[in-house]
Design a protein around this ligand. Structure first.
Ligand code: ZN
Ligand code: ZN
Length: 133
């Protein structure tokens, strides 16, 4: 179990190997809009907002989500939210901030995810950057 790769991947935040302050060198816990393919070169799709469950596109989205939903930054806290496909930096996850990835639900994202204007946001934003990076 301890050497199982998926175990390591999902539970890194518990073993104290990577402090959020020393997450990715230079970048901390952030995935900026132009860095997606550099950081996650194996992705064949881009994180994007979850369609309504009765939408024809929802099955396709669910398959895509299997690729990017489990992705984390090295400290194990940052993730792409399923509601928006936006990157939530690991240092913005915690008490009084964003909920951890395994507790996410509709309406519980950081307030910036609900703002109409995302032009000032440096982090990856699904509805903007899934179309053009
Ligand atoms: Zn991190
Ligand atoms: Zn969100």
């Amino acid at each position: 179990m301890a050497h199982n790769h998926s175990h390591d991947h999902y539970h890194r935040q518990n073993d104290g190997e990577v402090d959020p302050k020393n997450c990715w060198p230079r970048n901390g816990c952030t995935v900026k809009r132009k860095q997606l393919s550099e950081i996650y070169p194996n992705l064949t799709v881009r994180p994007r907002p979850e369609p309504q469950s009765n939408d024809n596109d929802h099955d396709k989205w669910s398959n895509e989500y299997e690729q990017w939903g489990p992705l984390r930054c090295p400290c194990g806290n940052g993730y792409f939210c399923r509601e928006h496909g936006d990157w939530i930096p690991g240092d913005e996850v915690g008490p009084g901030k964003a909920v951890p990835a395994d507790q996410q639900r509709q309406g519980a994202c950081p307030s910036s995810h609900y703002e109409e204007d995302c032009s000032g946001r440096e982090n990856y934003v699904g509805r903007r950057d899934a179309i053009e990076i």
